[in-house]
Write a protein that binds this ligand. Structure first.
Ligand SMILES: NC(=O)c1ccc[n+]([C@@H]2O[C@H](COP(=O)([O-])OP(=O)(O)OC[C@H]3O[C@@H](n4cnc5c(N)ncnc54)[C@H](OP(=O)(O)O)[C@@H]3O)[C@@H](O)[C@H]2O)c1
Length: 331
């Protein structure tokens, strides 16, 4: 049965497993027909998953549009906490507000949580982003705000400058094959009560047992490749999955839940939603958690000693970021 907890200290009650919707329109997932989106949402509802994640850059707004339409047609909007993200190139208050208005238009309803997708370029003060998001909450444009891809030092800075309302979450890449957040983000989040949302919790399928890349998102990802080729990790996951009579994906997600983060796996296949939801029932023993920790120790520093995913964006001026994403028509 699904379990729930508050996101961060003061956030909404969310299921211990959420769902990501990059696949719903994202170019890197070879988007095709929108029919499955409704089925995925229905399956999530049936299994008690109540947290859905999308972003304005996924398919250039298409993910938000299709998710919003599915929720409306199913009459299920009120049943879910829907989080979206404004692009990290929005660094001026009016542009941040414009970004949130765009999300509301495409979703067909106000987002429950608006996240800043990645930190601003180094020359921009993080406080500007935080104050604008606080204002958006006060103005009622969204219920809560969160951050994404903020390393520990920037998360601390963001917390220092939040005057009235703190972020409820920081969404970072976190899974068995990418653990650098444990060095910097986790200690800050634990001290401050910020919730951690884990993106790519299945290493784009490699932590579900997929050994060969199929979609561009997997082919371009060095993390997918490293995990898919890691025979010791794959064998350990297989052994533990057999022991608990569950799937490899459920074990990988259960490990994230045991670490206190909320995984948001994506899928284009409604049947996978059940497997994802079942992860909350897999209570890994401390021996098995220690074994997985030990087998993946290399990934605590393999990608850097502090959390770095998407940090390169901080060195690209906003205008170029915006242009590149526009030319690519989203990601
Ligand atoms: N904040 C950020 O910067 C950021 C970055 C990336 C992602 N995200 C969010 O995180 C969500 C999830 O991350 P993600 O999409 O990168 O990856 P993920 O959840 O780690 O992996 C999802 C993919 O794994 C595949 N998969 C699952 N089980 C499988 C199995 N048994 N065999 C083969 N393939 C399997 C699925 O393929 P099928 O589709 O065929 O089921 C799915 O597309 C996204 O949707 C998005 O909302 C956020």
């Amino acid at each position: 049965m699904m379990k729930y907890k508050n996101l961060g200290k003061n956030g909404p009650k969310v299921s211990l497993v959420g769902l990501g919707f990059w696949q719903a329109g994202g170019r890197q997932w070879k988007y095709s027909s929108p029919n499955w989106i409704k089925e995925v949402v229905e399956a999530a509802h049936a299994r008690g998953i109540n947290f859905l994640d999308t972003a304005e850059i996924y398919g250039n707004g298409r993910s938000e549009q299709l998710l919003g339409r599915a929720l409306k047609e199913l009459g299920l909007r009120e049943e879910f906490i829907v989080a979206s993200k404004i692009a990290g190139y929005r660094v001026i208050e009016w542009d941040i507000m414009k970004g949130i208005d765009g999300i509301t238009r495409r979703l067909g309803s106000k987002p429950d949580i608006v996240q800043a997708h990645w930190p601003p370029p180094i020359i921009v003060d993080v406080c500007r982003i935080v104050r604008s998001l606080e204002k958006a909450v006060i103005m009622g444009k969204t219920g809560y705000y969160g951050l994404s891809n903020y390393p520990g030092n920037l998360l601390s800075k963001a917390l220092e400058c939040s005057k009235r309302i703190e972020p409820v979450s920081n969404q970072i890449q976190y899974h068995l094959g990418y653990r650098s957040g444990e060095n910097d983000v986790f200690p800050v989040a634990e001290r401050s009560g910020v919730g951690i949302l884990a993106w790519s919790p299945l290493a784009k399928g490699a932590l579900a047992g997929l050994r060969e890349a199929k979609d561009p998102a997997q082919k371009r990802d060095p993390v997918f490749k490293a995990v898919a080729r890691d025979d010791r990790l794959q064998k350990t996951l297989d052994t533990i999955a057999r022991k608990y009579e569950t799937s490899i994906a459920s074990v990988s997600l259960a490990w994230i839940i045991a670490k206190g983060a909320i995984p948001i796996p994506g899928t284009r296949k409604p049947m996978r939603v059940k497997e994802y939801a079942l992860a909350v029932d897999v209570e890994l023993s401390s021996e098995d958690i220690n074994l997985l920790d030990e087998v993946t120790r290399v990934y605590v520093s393999r990608w850097g000693d502090s959390y770095r995913a998407l940090q390169y964006m901080r060195y690209i001026p906003c205008l170029f970021q915006r242009l590149a994403i526009k030319v690519m028509r989203g990601v």
